[in-house]
Design a protein around this ligand. Structure first.
Ligand code: KG4
Ligand code: ZN
Length: 334
């Protein structure tokens, strides 16, 4: 039968991206424009600046995505767009562009949850087997999600305060590292030969929730004490201790969830999935559990539209379409 081509748009944070995905599996194009350089001088994402950048980029990116895919507009089956969660002004740019295209081309519109996208990035490179557990770790999210069947998401644990990536970025900033700090902390942690012991926050014994604000405060205390004493901040040792604490908790809870729910696979998703320490610790634990660990390649870990096209295909399958009433939802629930 005829291939299903979904044109997908992602503008929830600081990456503008447009992709065309075939049958939810094959990336025909995945154009990504990162605003990191723009936001770097402010030490973080400035929402108003992000929205303006999306507006500047979206039109040429749509054209480029169509051109690169070698798919004509007439061959498209649907338009998908991230409806939330994210920054309201940023989401709006994508939602409005998506609606305009769906309207002009008379195509169905599919709103996609950003986290569903991160999880289904794995579908672009792996065969998924259910039930599965997905650990979603990004700048905005830290969630353990159970999928008993395709497209049926159940959040079994989430952060009660900072997201893992957010904690990385905040401690990096306190230590004078550039934004986004995650990759720098990761690198320093690999290089350090000793670590500063930092607390782990396990919460209640049966909880799958996370908390990183206590750990973040502990790091800030160590940094401030060094500064007050006029000593050099032991950046690498702190990075190593911080990373060890984050990884211990993430791996332990993910492994417990895999066992409790009899998961056939563990999926890693989100920007922090790029973390080398986390990957190797999870891989090791998964081997003990005899459960495959699935991780998308780096470009599909961080924000991109191909993952939105992959997740949208599930809704296409069920003919679950949205109307022109579709709204950008900054706090959208999975
Ligand atoms: O998924 P993403 O691109 O955007 C959100 O949806 O949030 O994730 C970005 C986050 C940032 O906080 C960044 O510091 C973190 O992912 N990150 C890392 C690494 N690479 C990116 N954190 C730890 N280690 C890394 N290697
Ligand atoms: Zn994301």
């Amino acid at each position: 039968s005829k291939p299903v081509y979904i044109l997908a748009i992602e503008t929830s944070c600081d990456e503008t991206s447009v992709a065309i995905v075939e049958n939810g599996k094959i990336i025909r194009s995945n154009v990504i424009s990162s605003q990191i350089e723009t936001h770097q001088r402010y030490g973080g994402v400035v929402p108003e600046v992000a929205s303006r950048k999306h507006v500047e980029s979206i039109t040429w990116m749509l054209e480029e995505a169509v051109e690169k895919a070698c798919v004509s507009l007439q061959e498209l089956s649907a338009i998908a767009v991230t409806e939330g969660p994210g920054l309201i002004g940023a989401l709006l740019v994508g939602v409005v562009a998506g609606k305009a295209l769906a309207c002009a081309l008379d195509l169905p519109l599919i709103g996609v949850h950003h986290i569903a996208g991160h999880i289904y990035a794995n579908q672009l490179v792996h065969e998924l087997e259910y039930p599965l557990i997905s650990l979603v770790v990004s700048g905005g999210h830290t969630e353990l999600v159970l999928l008993e069947e395709p497209g049926k998401f159940r959040i079994i644990g989430r952060t009660r305060d900072d997201a893992a990536g957010e904690a990385y970025d905040k401690i990096a900033r306190a230590m004078g590292l550039p934004y986004p700090g995650g990759p720098h902390v990761d690198r320093l942690a690999q290089e350090a030969d000793s670590e500063i012991k930092l607390p782990r926050s396990w919460l209640e014994a049966d909880s799958y929730d996370f908390s990183f604000s206590g750990l973040k405060s502990a790091v800030l205390n160590v940094v401030n004490q060094s500064k007050m004493r006029g000593e050099a901040v032991q950046t690498a040792q702190i990075a190593k201790g911080f990373q060890a604490s984050v990884i211990d908790v993430l791996v332990e809870k993910a492994a417990r969830a895999v066992r409790e729910y009899g998961a056939k696979q563990l999926l890693l998703a989100g920007g922090v999935a790029a973390n080398k320490g986390l990957r190797s610790a999870l891989a090791e634990r998964c081997e003990e559990l005899n459960v495959p660990l699935l991780v998308p390649p780096h470009v599909l870990c961080t924000d991109n539209a191909a993952m939105i096209g992959a997740a949208a295909f599930l809704k296409w399958d069920k003919q679950e379409f949205d109307s022109m009433e579709l709204k950008a939802e900054p706090q959208l629930k999975l």
